[in-house]
Design a protein around this ligand. Structure first.
Ligand code: AMP
Ligand code: MN
Ligand code: MN
Ligand code: MN
Length: 278
């Protein structure tokens, strides 16, 4: 089944509206889609309505920003109730830190010689509450200062670079609990991305994730290599985790893997959508 359970819209740092994301997924043959904006459920109603109009299966989703040790981890929640009060309150609290962070990022980038970056980044963020690093990167590209967003990230926006601001997101157990109490399934997003964690630390992350009630891992994820896919397929088997398939699509120009265009899951794994009624 062509299931794609991780992508973004203009409600966070995607380029397309929720309805445009759904239409693109449908055109690419996606049979089951989850929209998973960062820390935000505001796009779900529009996406669900467009999916229903196209007779495409759709599940509610969100990608929660988590701080674990000194790393940022992303936890995807799937099939949850988008009106759950504790989940909504938790996400609002996570989002609220983004304003002060954006101001600190702008000040840091200005110390590094750039001008007027906050206003420019704000123009890029269609949802003002969700201003993030991608909007700063896009502004610096749009203003001609930098060639592409990956270069901006590598030179300015990752840990150790002048525009990086350390930030405290949600606690791991809180994010998993919000998802579970809203009737959803918690999934570790793009596990190959956490390269700063040692093998032992990554195992510990999964220990704590499972202890908190987490159930899945993205075995197939956006830019993950075939070797990484095999590594996390092994981890899913060993840990008894459900497997997810995730393009992490942000936009046609910015994403390595387009929506619905990921490789299939290894056939022996239990797909997360089997627990979502598909
Ligand atoms: P934030 O939540 O503001 O820290 O932004 C995180 C987002 O930045 C991710 O979801 C990606 O969309 C984007 N991002 C992170 N690292 C990179 C990178 N190296 N190149 C391009 N985009 C990135
Ligand atoms: Mn993003
Ligand atoms: Mn992510
Ligand atoms: Mn994502």
């Amino acid at each position: 089944m062509n299931a794609d359970l991780h992508c973004h819209s203009t409600l966070s740092d995607g380029w397309l509206s929720p309805a445009e994301v759904v239409r693109r997924a449908h055109a690419h043959g996606v049979a089951l889609l989850a929209l998973t904006d960062h820390d935000e459920l505001g796009g779900v109603a529009e996406a669900a309505a467009q999916a229903a109009a196209l007779s495409m299966d759709f599940v509610t989703g969100v990608e929660i920003s988590v701080s674990w040790r000194d790393e940022t981890i992303h936890i995807v929640g799937l099939g949850l109730d988008p009106a759950n009060p504790a989940l909504l309150a938790g996400l609002a609290q996570v989002r609220s830190g983004r304003q002060a962070r954006a101001e600190a990022m702008a000040a840091a980038l200005e110390r590094a010689g750039m001008h007027d970056v906050l206003a420019g980044a704000r123009r890029q963020a269609r949802n003002p509450e969700m201003i993030g690093r991608a909007h700063f990167a896009r502004h610096l590209v749009a203003s001609g200062l930098m060639p592409d967003v990956h270069t901006v990230f590598n030179h300015y926006l990752v840990r150790g670079k002048p525009g990086f601001i350390d930030h405290q997101w949600a606690a791991l157990a809180d994010a998993v609990t919000w998802i579970n109490n809203a009737g959803g399934i918690a999934v570790v997003a793009h596990p190959a991305r956490y390269r700063r964690l040692s093998t032992a630390a990554l195992e510990r992350l999964f220990d704590e994730f499972i202890e908190a009630g987490g159930a899945g891992v993205e075995v197939v994820a956006g830019a993950q290599t075939p070797d990484e896919m095999l590594r996390f397929a092994t981890l899913a088997r060993r840990r008894g985790l459900l497997a997810s398939r995730a393009s992490d699509f942000h936009g046609p120009e910015e994403s390595l893997v387009d929506i619905g265009r990921c490789p299939p899951l290894p056939p022996d794994l239990v797909p997360v959508w089997s627990r979502l009624g598909f």
